[in-house]
Design a protein around this ligand. Structure first.
Ligand SMILES: *Cc1c(COP(=O)(O)O)cnc(C)c1O
Length: 504
């Protein structure tokens, strides 16, 4: 498979090249030049109703069809992370709840959906680095879930070093502990005095800076990024859409060929893009329903064809992984729908004027595949309480946005709702939702508001609902905080260089 840039390319790139160097020319992203056909007929080879279907086989099948330029053995090892590091054999279990099918994407080591892509991704990148005799510094800026998943994926992997930047007061306590208790010698975690945008901006400017690359070069390091626009992550986010479909088919919930709807809590649009690709390649998906929180840019984009940041400021919500205004992967959708010239035009408008507006015909093309809803913190809390009380099913605040959307937009098709995090990562929000106290206090920044500590919220929920948190979450509260340096923005570069030179 060959890749081209959304804003023009000098030459076509291979899969390994776009993994190692994820930024395309002129600020664009890499996309597959042509998609393989992965339709019902292809999926049928995995159809074995008398046996449990096998997630790994589908994953391998997808990578094979994409003809990725990596040896079989490396792919095998990447996919083996699902067997080794996920706590259920199915990898992504599906539960029938309120006549919806909830697919849990968070059974990996850090309890959020990012593990699905980052677990195998780390193995592939490390393999490429070793086979080329190169060493890579992988940088990640995180608002909470990408950081822990990147650190977990790359810990002790040969030929890699990781630096993870996070806003020192902008993550949940569990997310913070997942990062600062990292003790792998190839990883450094830096808390930034600032918000997520500060961390992300610092990262982006370092990625572009020639001087910084030179300094890394002196210690034999090349630079890469594990952010969600890396196509190496997107490819693994097409797999579970096939998996969900096959599971419903094998359980006789649908007939082969019957169309389903999928509902996806969305931020950077990587998960939803995976569904769009699966549909493009022939999977019988009808509507891809994306749900937002109050940062509802994606909702407006799908409903009205406008992407407008002019009147918007980022709002902190109880679903922080979706607190995003510039949703990077939308650019890939624009490219597939409208082509290079129009993508350049629209993105230029967004970057220079802060908005773009699709024509009515273009909007119709988007709505042929997508629908959308958004959810306030209060509505999300109601959903969390309702599903716990009525269905004995506990969800996190991101998943709650999707359940709300599914209930609102339910039609005749069977619906798969993607659950993107375990409740243990956002226990205070879940606690307040269950006790009926205002969830907004979790994000209220006033000093006098005291928020229940994550540990106590987890203990309360465990006792009152009879659910068991996984060991890796409980262990966090005992582990020493060995990687807990907090620095001002101005010191980021110097701290990274100290780390890679082994000076500290
Ligand atoms: C990253 C994340 C999302 C958003 O996924 P995108 O691919 O960025 O749209 C939703 N929920 C959780 C819990 C996440 O970690």
């Amino acid at each position: 498979m060959k890749f081209i840039g959304t804003r023009g390319t000098d030459r076509e790139k291979s899969f390994s090249e776009v993994i190692l160097n994820p930024s395309a020319p002129n600020g664009g992203l890499y996309v597959p030049k042509k998609f393989p056909r992965l339709d019902l007929k292809w999926l049928q080879r995995f159809y074995t109703p008398e046996q449990e279907p096998n997630y790994h086989k589908i994953a391998k099948g997808v990578l094979k069809k994409f003809k990725v330029d990596l040896p079989e053995e490396a792919i095998q090892r990447a996919i083996y992370t699902y067997l080794k590091n996920f706590d259920v054999e199915e990898v992504v279990p599906l539960h029938k709840v309120n006549n919806l099918f909830v697919a849990e994407l968070w059974h990996g080591p850090t309890r959020a959906f990012k593990d699905i892509a980052l677990q195998p991704f780390g193995v592939l990148l490390s393999h490429l680095a070793q086979s080329r005799g190169e060493n890579y510094l992988i940088m990640a800026a995180t608002s909470g879930d990408t950081g822990p998943a990147t650190l977990k994926s790359f810990e002790n992997l040969p030929n890699t070093k990781v630096v993870c930047l996070y806003p020192s007061e902008g993550t949940s306590e569990v997310q913070r502990l997942q990062m600062v208790t990292t003790d792998a010698p190839n990883e450094r975690v830096l808390g930034i005095l600032g918000d997520f945008d500060d961390a992300q901006t610092a990262l982006k400017s370092l990625l572009k800076e020639e001087e910084f690359r030179k300094s890394l070069d002196e210690v034999g390091l090349k630079l890469s990024a594990a952010n969600s626009v890396n196509f190496g992550r997107i490819i693994f986010q097409t797999v579970y859409h096939y998996w969900s479909y096959l599971t419903l088919w094998e359980r006789f919930e649908i007939e082969g060929g019957e169309k389903i709807d999928v509902v996806i809590p969305s931020g950077n649009f990587g998960n939803a893009l995976g569904a769009f690709y699966a549909k493009q390649m022939g999977l019988p998906i009808d509507r891809i329903i994306i749900t937002s929180n109050r940062n509802s840019v994606l909702y407006e984009f799908v409903k009205f064809g406008k992407y407008d940041l002019r009147e918007r400021k980022l709002i902190k919500t109880t679903s922080p992984a979706m607190d995003i205004l510039k949703s990077s992967n939308v650019e890939r959708l624009l490219f597939h729908k409208f082509g290079e010239a129009r993508t350049i035009e629209l993105m230029k408008n967004l970057e220079e004027e802060g908005y773009f507006q699709l024509t009515p015909e273009e909007l119709e093309m988007i709505q042929a595949d997508f629908d959308a809803d958004f959810c306030t913190d209060g509505e999300g809390a109601e959903i969390i309480r309702k599903y716990a009380e009525k269905y004995h099913y506990l969800v996190d605040p991101h998943t709650a946005t999707a359940l709300k959307g599914a209930e609102k937009l339910r039609g005749d098709n069977k619906m798969v709702v993607y659950s993107t995090a375990e409740w243990t990562k956002f226990a205070p929000t879940v606690y307040y939702a269950l006790t009926g106290e205002p969830v907004e206090r979790v994000i209220a920044q006033e000093e006098e508001v005291e928020v229940i500590p994550d540990k106590d919220a987890i203990a309360y929920i465990e006792t009152h609902l009879g659910v068991t948190p996984p060991p890796q979450i409980l262990e966090l509260f005992q582990k020493p905080e060995t990687n807990s340096k907090i620095i001002p923005k101005s010191a980021i570069r110097e701290e990274i260089l100290k780390f890679v030179k082994g000076e500290e």
